[in-house]
Unconditional design. Structure first.
Length: 262
């Protein structure tokens, strides 16, 4: 047995025998199964979703509104408040891969879907949150998806009034509106931002590390010489006394700090 100081991972280039089905990565109590079951029961055309009643036609077909709605609801649960982030999750998150069956819509498609179906998304999201509250899957730990629920008491908390329901729906409306506003704001902020590639990010990180190493070397040099400042210009001739070198450094720093008169 080899004694190792730390746990080590497998080689990235090594072949692996992963589960052949993506469903093996999504457990039976995973909340994404609630999203799948909820959306499959909706009449998207009656709710007003665009392209919900499309029978086909020439050209490239659009994404199914049901799939985009699943992605939208997943973003609401996971607090993914950006169309670009939702697009990234579709390509790297196993739960979303299972939910969308491997589809990878772009961030523009996701943003346009939200803009074209504002009222329908608001209604579907509100009912979905109410379902989650009934299943105790929102605002607490996930206990179970399937099972029986029994009311064992008749306390005031178990009594539902019209006023209480109206207040709950109003609070949900505000929460959904805030989520939609956050998506819109984040999409607008990220529209002009250029995301660096992996190679560019690595180069920038290497440059920053080199600058930090140079700064640390200068700091160590000052500490060793007992100085408080360092000039990066040409040094005076060798053989001059340390006091003259210090005066030259101070004079050089003052000259560099003087404004130009040209």
């Amino acid at each position: 047995m080899t004694i190792r100081p730390f746990k080590t991972g497998a080689c990235r280039g090594q072949g692996r025998l992963l589960p052949p089905r993506i469903v093996d990565y999504v457990g039976p109590d995973n909340p994404v199964r609630v999203i799948e079951a909820y959306v499959s029961m909706l009449d998207l055309a009656a709710l007003g979703f665009r392209h919900a009643d499309r029978d086909g036609g020439a050209g490239q077909p659009p994404y199914d509104p049901a799939d985009l709605l699943k992605l939208y609801l997943y973003g609401y649960l996971s607090q993914a408040r950006s169309s670009r982030r939702l697009a990234r999750e579709a390509a790297r998150n196993v739960e979303v891969m299972w939910l969308l069956k491997g589809l990878e819509p772009g961030y523009r498609t996701i943003g346009d879907f939200r803009k074209d179906n504002v009222a329908a998304l608001k209604a579907a999201n509100r009912d979905f949150v109410l379902v989650l509250h009934e299943l105790t899957l929102l605002g607490g730990d996930v206990v179970a998806i399937d099972g029986a629920f029994f009311h064992g008491d008749a306390s005031k908390a178990s009594i539902v009034t019209r006023k209480r329901l109206a207040a709950q729906v109003a609070a949900l409306e505000q929460d959904i509106a805030a989520y939609a506003a956050a998506l819109e704001a984040n999409d607008a902020a990220e529209a002009d931002a250029v995301e660096p590639s992996g190679g560019e990010a690595a180069q920038k990180l290497a440059a920053l590390m080199a600058k930090r190493a140079a700064a640390q070397a200068d700091l160590a040099r000052l500490t060793e010489d007992g100085e408080t400042q360092l000039s990066r210009g040409p040094m005076p001739m060798r053989g001059c006394c340390p006091s003259a070198a210090r005066r030259w450094r101070a004079t050089t720093c003052r000259w560099r700090s003087m404004p130009s008169t040209s």
